[in-house]
Design a protein around this ligand. Sequence first.
Ligand code: SF4
Length: 436
Amino acid sequence: MPSSPTVWLTTLGCAKNQVDSEKLEARLDDAGYRRATTMESADVVMVNTCAFIEAARRESVDTVLDHADRKQQGARLVVLGCMAQRYQSELAGLLPEADAVVGMERYGELIGDLDRLTGWEPVRLATSPMDILYEVRRPTPATPYAYVKVAEGCDKGCTFCAIPQFRGPQRSRAPVNIREEIAGLCAAGVGEIVLVAQDLAAFGRDIDAPGGIVDLLRFVGDVEGLRRLRLLYLYPREISDALIAEMAASPVIAPYFDLSLQHASGSLLRAMRRPGDGERHLDLIARIRRAAPQAALRSSFIVGFPGETESDVDTLERFLEAAELDWAGFFAYSPEEGTPAALLPGRIDGVEIAERTRRLQEVQERITARRNAETVGSEFEVVVDQVEDGTPVARSYREAPEIDGVMLLDEGKPGEWLRVRVTASYGSESTAEVLR
Ligand code: SF4
């Protein structure tokens, strides 16, 4: 029997896409496909794309075209992910290089598609389930942290966001199913679990899980081997006192609050169909800091939403100074087809958006550096993610993987959990000595 085809998968976009890719790879393993060691040698080259904003779509198309050029002759090219889901039929016409375009809804058919494309005729005893959201991931930890997606889709209607259009309404996984996945990952050596969903704090509303996210946290918090549980993407109105109290008190949940605030101007937030204004955001932050004085806070903001005035940018700048967030990201507004915001008047010129973004970033960089400097002399429990050029790179509860700063240590091996004292800080990074 000829050997099975080899597959290469490049993943773009957010942690939720990474989780999908890991689950798809496990399915491909089960189906007898082998993993290629390089893209150039693969029989099937796949790209899991992101369609979040214009820049992400551009990167996705560029990656597909790059892989089309570099793949070996005869290799099949398959486009997966959000772009495939959102632009299924258009993409097939626009990217003739692709042999197949398979959106998330069709992942159940992916193996059959690959069999047809490669002409491989395997003997298989089991078929894959249709929806990978509910599938428990096979632990193959490459890092001491892992993302676990607890729900897919979103019921909110933010006017700038196309996610509900192509990811659909919220569908939460059953808590037992989530616990099983976390237990498997922890048994394989993962110590930090990062829970993700489009609207994480709304978890459970669509299923019979009355205690929602708080009950889920309690239900999974005692999994053996779990050292740190982190939550990403908290919609401000969903952050209840019960959730804050649970995050402040639990020994395993990181007191790390990733607030999805988007702006501080009340009128712009109304136009985004989002709650609050700078003052209410500050109230929320004060509630969090009262309950958890050690809390680390992160947020992300959209710059250049239609109609944003200089005075709105001033409002956001004043808010940043008052909020003293530990970390913040700023994203240029990008009009998304089919969203109400794309039809709004008052589009801001790209150069102006870049200028506003730079100005806000500078303000936040100073604040981040100041917050980081305040940790000098404090002790933290950290996990070493990797050793880079001989230097162990670690994170405490204050730093989420891949988006925040890091701590550079004097010793430590990947996967080790250590007690350290911060010795100095440099912008978003710090150095720390290991306490034995
Ligand atoms: S809550 Fe997040 S995912 Fe949901 S519509 Fe708003 S921005 Fe999009």
